[in-house]
Design a protein around this ligand. Structure first.
Ligand code: PMP
Length: 362
C-alpha cells in the first residue's frame, strides 16, 4: 500500500500509524531481521525478543528523561485493567485516594478504585457533560495515597496543558497523549498508556512506575495482578504480546528520530490550524469553549445546522478522509491528531471544511 493510496485516518484509536512503521512491521511479519523467521514465530524468551524488550524499555526512559528509579512495564488488559490494578496495588482497604473526574475514562478509573478503598472524587465536570476541565482542587484532603488524573480526555477533547502542583504521588492515564508534547515525566510517580493511539497497536499497555511505589504494595494479590511481580519478572510473567510490543518499539524509534520537540511543535501547528478553521468557518463550532482546555490530540466540533453533518461526512468520504465521527456521547465530529498525522493531512481536512462552506452558501 503506497503512502498516497492510504486514507486520511483521523480515528481515535486504534489510530493512524506512520507509513514507515507499517512497512517495517509488515516486513518483520515475513522475515524478522533476516532471521528467516516471522516476528510472529519468535519465542518470547529467546535473545531476539529480549533485545526488543531491552531496547523498548531503554527508549521509554530516554524519551521521558527517567533514571533507574523507574520500572518500565509492558502489560496486557489495556487502560481498563490498569484502572483496577492501580487501587489493587496501591490503595489499602482503609485508605483514600483522590480522582479527578474529567471524562468517561477518568470516571471508569475512579469507579474501579471504589472496590478497593475510599476513592474520592476531588473535582468533576460531569454535570456539564465534560465540556470543560474541572478546576483542580486548591487543597487536598489529608492522607491521600495518590491522585489520579487523565492528561487527555479522548472522548470530550479536553487536555490539561500543564502538570498540576500536587504534594502526593501523581498517577496519570496518558493513553491518548503520551509522547505528544514536551513534559516533565519525573513529576509522576506512575503513568500509563494503552498504546493504540500514539504508540502502536492494540494489545499492550505501557506502565511506568517508580520503584519506591512498588516497595509499598497494599495487599497480597496473585502475581498477574501485581505490578511488583511484573517488574520482578521483566514483564515476562506470561507470554507477552510479542508483535504489539515490537510495533511499539518501532513507534518509539520513530518518535526518537523525529524528536519530541519537533513533534510538540507540529502538534501545536496542526491543532491551531484546525481549531482556527472551526472558529472561522460559519458552519462549525468547537465543543470545548475554553481555549486553554482544548485538546491538541482530539478535536471535537459540531455543525450549527445538523443537516450539514451528513453532508460533511459524505464530502470527506469522497476525499478519502475517514474516522471523523464524534463519540456517541458527544455527537458531531472528533478529529484525532495523533503524532502520526502530518500537517498536510490536516490541511486537506481544512480544505474540505472550506469547500463545504462554499457549497452551503450557494
Ligand atoms: N484511557 C483513555 C484516556 C482512553 O482513551 C482509553 C480508550 N480509548 C482507555 C483508557 C481505555 O483503554 P482500553 O480500551 O485499552 O482499555
Amino acid at each position: 500500500m503506497m503512502d498516497n493510496q492510504r486514507k486520511l485516518n483521523f480515528n481515535a484509536g486504534p489510530a493512524a500509524l506512520p507509513a514507515e512503521v507499517l512497512q517495517q512491521a509488515a516486513a518483520a511479519v515475513l522475515n524478522y531481521n533476516n532471521s528467516e523467521l516471522s516476528i510472529l514465530e519468535i519465542p518470547h524468551r529467546e535473545p531476539a525478543f529480549i533485545a526488543i524488550m531491552d531496547e523498548s524499555r531503554q527508549l521509554v526512559k530516554e524519551l521521558c528523561g527517567l533514571g533507574d528509579d523507574y520500572e518500565v512495564l509492558w502489560l496486557q488488559g489495556g487502560g481498563r485493567l490498569a484502572f483496577c490494578m492501580i487501587p489493587m496495588n496501591f490503595l489499602g482497604d482503609n485508605e483514600s485516594a483522590g480522582y479527578i473526574d474529567s471524562g468517561h475514562w477518568a470516571d471508569e478509573a475512579q469507579k474501579a478504585a471504589t472496590y478497593y478503598g475510599d476513592a474520592q472524587v476531588l473535582a468533576s465536570s460531569k454535570d456539564n457533560n465534560y465540556t470543560h476541565l474541572p478546576e483542580w482542587p486548591t487543597a487536598l484532603p489529608h492522607g491521600l495515597q495518590y491522585v489520579h488524573y487523565t492528561t487527555n480526555n479522548t472522548i470530550y477533547g479536553t487536555q490539561l496543558q500543564h502538570i498540576p502542583e500536587c504534594d502526593v504521588p501523581l498517577i496519570a492515564d496518558m493513553s491518548s497523549d503520551i509522547f505528544s508534547c514536551k513534559r516533565d515525566y519525573t513529576r509522576f510517580t506512575m503513568f500509563y498508556a494503552t498504546v493504540q493511539k500514539n504508540l502502536g497497536t492494540a494489545g499492550v499497555t505501557l506502565v511506568v512506575v517508580r520503584k519506591s511505589l512498588l516497595a509499598n504494595m497494599k495487599r497480597s494479590i496473585p502475581p498477574m495482578l501485581s505490578y511488583k511481580a511484573h517488574a520482578d519478572n521483566q514483564s515476562l510473567l506470561n507470554t507477552p504480546p510479542v508483535f504489539a510490543i515490537y510495533v511499539s518499539l518501532l513507534m518509539l524509534r520513530w518518535t526518537k528520530a523525529k524528536g519530541i520537540d519537533a513533534i510538540d511543535a507540529e502538534n501545536r501547528q496542526k491543532a491551531e490550524l484546525l481549531y482556527g478553521e472551526i472558529v472561522r468557518n460559519s458552519l462549525f463550532q468547537p465543543v470545548v469553549d475554553r481555549e486553554e482546555d482544548r485538546s491538541l490530540m482530539n478535536v471535537c466540533f459540531t455543525t450549527h445546522n445538523k443537516n450539514n453533518e451528513k453532508v460533511f461526512i459524505d464530502l470527506c468520504k469522497d476525499r478519502n478522509i475517514t474516522g471523523i465521527k464524534g463519540h456517541r456521547s458527544v455527537g458531531g465530529f472528533r478529529v484525532s491528531l495523533y503524532n502520526a498525522i502530518d500537517l498536510h493531512a490536516v490541511q486537506q481536512l481544512v480544505q474540505a471544511m472550506q469547500d463545504l462552506e462554499k457549497i452551503d452558501h450557494h
